[in-house]
Design a protein around this ligand. Sequence first.
Ligand code: FES
Length: 116
Amino acid sequence: MDTVTSVPPLCQLDDIPDGGATAVDALLSSGEESLILLRQGDQVRGYLNICPHTGRRLDYAPGKFLLKNDTLICAVHGATFNQGDGLCIAGPCRGEHLREVSVQVEGDAVHLTAGA
Ligand code: FES
């Protein structure tokens, strides 16, 4: 009996610049959402592309994010988030977090972690 389901990947690892980010649409249990995918080498971290300040997207153009050192800056009002944990360290929603979405790299592709 085959219990393996085939879920298409979110994107290929090479679709994300190393040290950079992109946005993809994903079907989560809550519905379709835009995700931010941040890459460091073979590691990819995912967050909902929803700023805790007003609920708007953080990119200044689709899939284009302001990245500086290890932070991600919301293009709307400049809230600054740690890339590593999504904590807002400066700006209008300081102390709040981006919502992490669990993703994993399998081979050359980036997938949602099962149950995400
Ligand atoms: S919507 Fe992101 S800082 Fe205001």
